[in-house]
Design a protein around this ligand. Structure first.
Ligand SMILES: [Fe+2]
Ligand SMILES: [Fe+2]
Length: 469
């Protein structure tokens, strides 16, 4: 019955959006941006959307009110909003690819030390170090596992809840995101809550994300087995019972791999609490996600925010109109959202990148495009954002576009990005003076960088003394 009602609602949502292709809602933007959170968590693309479908079905089965379902809906989509805040710390602990480590914890019971966990540690922890250093690092990790887990989860939970509040969502959603790593038996994080002290919505989010991962990787039988084994330990037995009941009626995972999943998810938002997407709201979503991107690494602290500010200053100087400046600011805030796909073992590397690491970095504008082009009405922003490493002579990445393919706004964004990146502190060098940055950029004018935009940058620095972060 649930699936039949959802199909009808999804069909209606699909026909509404096809008759009005410019329609954009708050939930459609959040749903699209949730793909960025999947990347940082090492999850399969669409993980948050599928988790949302599962969680809302469980919540409905448990008889939650429309208000509760609304809070739950956004908690399910934004559950990983704090994912970037502990990336540097996790990288320092494992001494390697922290996204792989996060992906491992999704299907493995990290609360128990079993052979699989030990194998992972032996294979991946400080893999580049000398053997003696590696054993010492693994020993330290095991000794401090509880202390490290608390730090990592607290960072993640705090930032996740803060993003939810910054987006103007309710306290119920913030509480669910903050507490989703608590366990029924009191051995979870960050506050070791147990039983009913854990908010109900957090208990539903917790089991929903696990069900999605196990179902996606191993199928429904493994998902069922996992939640039954963890019932009363990780998961609330009542929530487990609701999920099992849905599974036995084949109503939990039905249509989860549908090509129109986003329409299913859109149709699940409680209509009475459906949130609008006015220009101010869209701007605050862009600011919030710029914060998620910038929190990933100390070396990119405030980068997106600063690039947006510099780009708008350049655009205003060059005579762009208000609407173009809005587009440019949003493109600046979100241009590096694809960087959430790059492990901190690369972003924070103090030395030169090798060929495979560099290839990974070069893919980030591609992911930026993939994510932003999912947002209705964001087609132009997706193109501008994804072109921020392109050069007029085709020497840039990731598409190797030429001058004719690069619009004025993308040329402005490129200069703003280069200026901010060169001015900021990096793991492999200190910050540069404005004069040194301009000298470096000047070498790319006019063959690679637009001369008009570069001249505007020089003028702004001279006239306004453009602040370098
Ligand atoms: Fe970039
Ligand atoms: Fe950038």
């Amino acid at each position: 019955m649930i699936a039949t009602a959802e199909r009808a609602a999804a069909k209606s949502s699909r026909s509404q959006s096809s008759s009005n292709p410019e329609q954009v809602t708050f939930s459609s933007i959040i749903a699209a941006l949730s793909f960025a959170l999947d990347l940082t968590e090492g999850a399969q693309p669409g993980h948050a959307l599928r988790t949302c479908l599962i969680g809302i079905r469980i919540g409905t089965e448990m008889g939650l009110s429309q208000d509760q379902l609304s809070d739950l809906y956004y908690a399910l989509l934004l559950k990983d909003a704090g994912c970037s805040s502990n990336a540097t710390r996790l990288y320092q602990i494992v001494g390697g690819d922290e996204i792989r480590a996060k992906a491992f914890t999704k299907t493995n019971d990290w609360t128990r030390f079993e052979w699989k966990q030990i194998q992972f540690l032996l294979r991946h922890v400080h893999a580049q170090d000398k053997i003696a250093n590696r054993f010492k690092a693994i020993g330290d990790m095991i000794k401090k596992s509880s202390q490290n887990a608390e730090i990592l989860f607290r960072l993640r939970c705090n930032q996740g809840a803060q993003v939810v509040r910054d987006l103007g969502l309710g306290q119920g959603t913030a509480d669910a995101v903050y507490n989703l790593d608590e366990h029924w038996n009191g051995l979870g994080y960050p506050d070791r809550l147990s039983g009913d002290a854990i908010p109900l919505l957090a208990r539903i989010v917790s089991i929903s994300q696990t069900l999605e991962v196990f179902h996606q990787q191993y199928g429904p039988a493994a998902a069922l087995d996992c939640i039954q084994r963890r019932s009363g330990r990780w998961f609330d037995p009542l929530v487990v019972r609701a999920a099992v009941s849905l599974m036995r009626r084949n109503a939990l995972f039905v249509d989860i791999d549908s090509p129109v999943l986003k329409h299913y998810v859109a149709s699940l938002e409680p209509s009475l609490r459906s949130l609008p997407a006015d220009p101010q709201t869209i701007d605050s979503i862009c600011v919030a996600f710029a914060g998620v991107v910038d929190a990933k690494s100390h070396s990119t602290y405030m980068h997106s925010t600063e690039v947006a500010r510099i780009a708008v200053e350049l655009g205003a100087y060059l005579g762009l109109n208000d609407s173009e400046l809005v587009t440019l600011r949003r493109a600046g805030l979100l241009h590096d959202i694809g960087k959430l796909s790059v492990p901190n073992s690369i972003l924070d590397k103090p030395g030169k990148l090798d060929a495979s690491e560099w290839a990974c970095v070069k893919m980030h504008p591609h992911y930026t495009y993939e994510i932003l082009s999912r947002i209705p009405t964001f087609g132009e922003i997706a193109n501008i954002s994804a072109s921020h490493h392109e050069k007029l002579d085709g020497s840039g990445y990731y598409r190797g576009l030429m001058a004719d393919d690069l619009c004025y706004m993308s040329r402005i964004l490129t200069v703003a990005d280069m200026f901010e990146a060169l001015s900021a502190n990096r793991p492999y060098r200190g910050p540069m003076s404005k004069a040194d940055v301009l000298n470096i950029l000047r070498k790319d004018v006019p063959h690679a960088i637009d001369p008009t935009v570069f001249a505007a940058l020089e003028s702004i620095i001279e006239i306004n003394n453009l602040k370098v972060a």
